[in-house]
Ligand binder design. Structure first.
Ligand code: PGA
Length: 248
């Protein structure tokens, strides 16, 4: 009942020319895929150009971040309504790089989740523990807080996707084993059930992120609670991302 989703988080990569070339190649490679929701999240500068290039295709566009106010005197920021206007369907919120490098608090992330939904867009809420938190046994408390506080005040879960990204697995080549991913995904689904209903928990997609590659996607996707992947590095290469989209 849950449509798998494969999302590419390009981070701070790709000029306009490079972005157009990448989606051009990708579009051809995944044109026959109709059972997976495919998303690319380029840098802000490429969004409106790619919206034109991808119109009518099976690839949607997401943003990697947004501010929580819709408009106003917030120099340098972008809002969910502006991202919608530029052609986005999704916004990624609370990525661990935003939390760690840019000091985003859980309250700010919750405000962003609500702002994205308010604008009529869908949100990918990222959660995940650091290696220190995993090893000290705090992992489940941390994940519980990230889910509960991240979703505080959110009633419309239909447009919420959760991405579990263990911080120690991002860009490090160290993927969580499929068993580790399944264990956390099942725990997170239980949290959603506790906050909402069993039906909502069963319908909510939980993506795994952290060094997903063509070589490990099949095993991850075989887990019953892994509903897709949020892919960084491997989403920058059309062939690799297309193979991940076509997981077996
Ligand atoms: P990675 O990044 O696939 O390069 O580990 C994942 C992410 O940060 O979303």
């Amino acid at each position: 009942m849950r449509t798998p989703m494969i999302a590419g988080n390009w981070k701070l990569h790709k000029t306009l020319d490079e972005a157009v070339n990448l989606v051009g190649a990708l579009k051809t490679k995944v044109k026959d895929v109709d059972n997976v929701e495919i998303l690319v999240a380029p840098p802000f500068t490429a969004i409106s150009m790619l919206a034109t290039k991808l119109a009518g295709s099976n690839i949607k566009i997401g943003a990697q971040n947004c501010y929580f106010e819709p408009s106003g005197a917030f120099t340098g920021e972008l809002s969910a309504p502006l991202l919608k206007d530029a052609g986005c369907d999704y916004v990624i919120v609370g990525h661990s790089e935003r939390r760690q490098i840019f000091g985003e608090s859980i309250e700010m992330i919750n405000n962003k989740v609500k702002a994205v939904l308010e604008a009529g867009l869908s949100v990918i809420l990222c959660i995940g523990e650091t290696l220190e938190e995993r090893e000290s046994g705090e992992m489940y408390d941390i994940l519980t807080a990230q889910v509960k506080e991240g979703l505080a005040g959110v009633t419309d879960m239909e447009r919420v996707v959760i991405a579990y990204e263990p911080v120690w697995a991002i860009g490090t080549g160290k993927t969580a084993s499929s068993e580790q991913a399944q264990e956390v995904h099942s725990f997170v689904r239980g949290l959603v059930q506790g906050l909402y209903t069993p039906e909502i928990a069963a319908a909510t997609r939980i993506l795994y992120g952290g060094s997903v590659k063509p070589g490990n996607v099949d095993e991850l996707m075989a887990q019953s609670d892994v509903d897709g992947a949020l892919v960084g590095g491997a989403s920058l290469v059309a062939e690799d991302f297309a193979r991940i989209v076509k997981f077996e």
